[in-house]
Design a protein around this ligand. Sequence first.
Ligand code: ATP
Length: 140
Amino acid sequence: MATSKSIRLEFVTPERAIAHEDVDEVELPGEEGFFGVLPGHAPLLVALKTGPIWYRSGGEKHYAFISGGFAEVTGDRVSVLATVAERAEDIDVARAEAAKRRAEDRLAKPVADMDMERARIAMLRAIARLQIARLNRTRG
Ligand code: ATP
């Protein structure tokens, strides 16, 4: 059976549009693990966790940060409705480093369970942002 050669990626947050373009492949951080979408993928609706997303057009790979939301695969369209997301090149590294330090300080001086959990989640966001910014700088 013939499949079309590209996928339409519609990637937004409530604050901004991240990408509206035709791509060859997408990989997303699903709650159940990372999953890749190629043309002809079966329909799917998945919850997203905190982590990296990448999408590729030809040899060019683009990275972005995602935290929460949903992705829907229908036909040759991938709709990503992220709670929070930034393109790798838009990640403010100094801000992520500061967020990581704040979370580390809170985890080092625990006051309540609630603060610990919030600090742990903030730490995960900061670490993911720093990794994605680094991937973007070092990709070949
Ligand atoms: P911070 O403590 O620095 O605000 P956070 O993880 O609590 O970080 P979020 O709640 O995930 O921040 O995001 C709030 C808004 O700030 C979103 O619009 C997000 O895209 C943006 N944002 C947060 N951190 C960064 C960053 N390091 N670089 C670019 N944008 C960021």
